[in-house]
Design a protein around this ligand. Structure first.
Ligand SMILES: [Zn+2]
Length: 68
């Protein structure tokens, strides 16, 4: 397993049809699986979805680097 913290990070997926979704892992997995089966009649597993997902940086304002 190469899944460090399921549910705690923000990821984004995009479909070949142009559909995209962004959110926490569970939301994106659910939305992507729903899209895949309903729109394309292609079942997708959680592993497949996470594998193709792109991680989105959660907090852009992180103090400590060069500050103070
Ligand atoms: Zn699609």
């Amino acid at each position: 397993m190469t899944d460090p913290a399921p549910g705690l990070e923000t990821i984004s997926t995009s479909c070949a049809c142009g559909w995209t979704t962004t959110g926490d892992v569970d939301s994106v997995v659910e939305a992507t699986a729903d899209h895949a089966i309903r729109i394309h009649n292609m079942p997708a597993t959680r592993e497949q979805i996470i594998e193709r997902a792109v991680r989105v940086p959660a907090a852009p304002t992180e103090p400590g680097e060069g500050a103070a």
